[in-house]
Design a protein around this ligand. Structure first.
Ligand code: NAD
Ligand code: DAU
Length: 355
């Protein structure tokens, strides 16, 4: 038995592969295109572990997906692969349409062919788990109830629209063809191996390098933060016991404004790695022009997952953010290497000229 994971060299995917192999001996076939966001260094601890088989490839390459499914005969496919950064989707949406929509379509089509050829028990057991986001539900006003699984879809960015489209395809493959799919819609993750284009790792690496800490607009936008290994445990639980065709929201009950997050990170860094000049990292906060179409608030109602499958997060924001900062302080080489030339190009494209 094995599972096929896509996007397993990215932030959540690599945490999932590491977490999976901590809990199981079942091999993982890891298909990843290794875009700018894919980093095999995240999986360096598995170098001599025969349970991890890495294959470089594109989820939109049907021949390769068909070949992998036939060769390894996995009992499940878990789709993490995506273009995932909202700001990049604003600057260049094409890759998001190609990977998130065409790629998911290709995976579904290949999985359907493979699944329909399986014999009785293996056919019954097969699962296609699609990892999605709370951003498909759009933006909440202050005081509005958190997103439940039946909240209408109202994506606002090219990224969230492409993820919404992929969720609809997954739903259709269940209703039309009976493919046993599961969908998870999760809130903002943070933790080790997070690429420093996203808010929390960007704050940590900029703070330590003495650079500005850019806060978009008034910084009062709200996100609901979940430590990444809690997302991994939720996915393991949904794979194990989720009902095909169902959707499960995953969240940490940790709503914070961006300003709260920035202050939290600065205060912890002041404690764990004080500035040489004895000033506070808070002095580096800089308000910059807002993200176009910026969603004001996300909040996830994760009660279905708790009620039906017994999942709850293990970390609070306070425990998770401390672990995260300690990980970045303990891994300066990883931090240095991900800030390559391509990363610097992105930083100047996104931040230069923001007033
Ligand atoms: P990431 O950008 O860190 O990683 C994406 C991975 O997918 C990379 O390794 C990349 O190389 C790979 N990839 C991209 N295009 C590919 C393609 N065409 N074929 C094969 N591999 C490809 O993303 P992440 O933050 O780890 O997110 C993983 C998934 O979880 C995404 O589907 C995202 O929408 C979803 N999600 C993310 C968050 C979050 O807070 N980061 C929250 C909820 C849901
Ligand atoms: O909600 C789940 C989503 O969370 C995932 O689907 C996405 O893949 C993931 O990237 C994340 O999207 P966000 O846009 O919420 O994450 P990001 O880290 O880019 O931004 C978090 C908040 O911080 C958001 O309100 C924008 C703001 N921000 C971000 C950056 C990069 C800043 O104020 N300054 C910044 O420099």
């Amino acid at each position: 038995m094995s599972i096929l994971v896509t996007g397993g060299a990215g932030f959540i995917g690599s945490n999932f592969v590491l977490d999976w192999l901590k809990h199981h001996d079942e091999p993982v076939i890891n298909l990843d295109k290794l875009t700018y966001a894919g980093n095999l260094e995240n999986l360096a601890s598995l170098k001599n572990d025969s349970r991890h088989i890495f294959v470089q490839g594109d989820i939109a390459d049907q021949r390769q997906i068909d070949r992998l499914l036939e060769q390894y005969q996995p009992r499940a496919l878990i789709n993490f692969a995506a273009e995932s950064h909202v700001d990049r989707s604003i600057h260049g949406p094409r890759d998001f349409i190609q990977t998130n929509i065409m790629g998911t379509f290709t995976l579904l089509d290949s999985a359907r062919g493979y699944w329909s050829r399986l014999d009785g028990p293996r056919r019954q057991e097969f699962r296609f788990l699609h990892v999605s986001t709370d951003e498909v539900y759009g933006s909440l006003e202050p005081g509005e109830p958190a997103f439940s699984e039946t909240h209408r879809y109202e994506p606002n960015s090219p990224y969230s629209a492409s993820k919404a489209a992929s969720d609809h395809l997954v739903r259709a493959w269940y209703h039309t063809y009976g493919l046993p799919v599961l969908t998870t819609n999760c809130s903002n993750n943070y933790g080790p191996y997070h690429f420093p284009e996203k808010l929390i790792p960007l704050l940590i690496v900029n703070a330590l390098a003495g650079r500005p800490l850019p806060v978009y607009g008034d910084g009062r936008q709200v996100r609901d933060w979940l430590y990444v290994t809690d997302h991994c445990s939720a996915i393991r639980r949904v794979l194990e016991a989720g009902i095909p065709g169902e959707v499960y929201n995953v969240g940490g009950w940790n709503e914070k404004t961006n300003l709260e997050v920035v202050h939290n990170v600065c205060n912890l860094l002041d404690e764990l790695c004080p500035r040489a000049d004895e000033g506070s990292y808070i002095q580096q906060i800089t308000h910059v022009a807002d993200r176009p179409g910026h969603d004001r608030r996300y909040a996830i109602d994760a009660r279905k997952l708790e009620r039906e499958l017994g999942w709850t997060p293990a970390e609070t924001f306070e425990t998770g953010i401390r672990k995260t900062i300690l990980w970045y302080l303990d891994n300066p080489q990883w931090v240095e290497r991900v800030q390559s030339g391509a990363y610097r190009d992105w930083v100047s494209q996104n931040y230069e000229g923001r007033v």
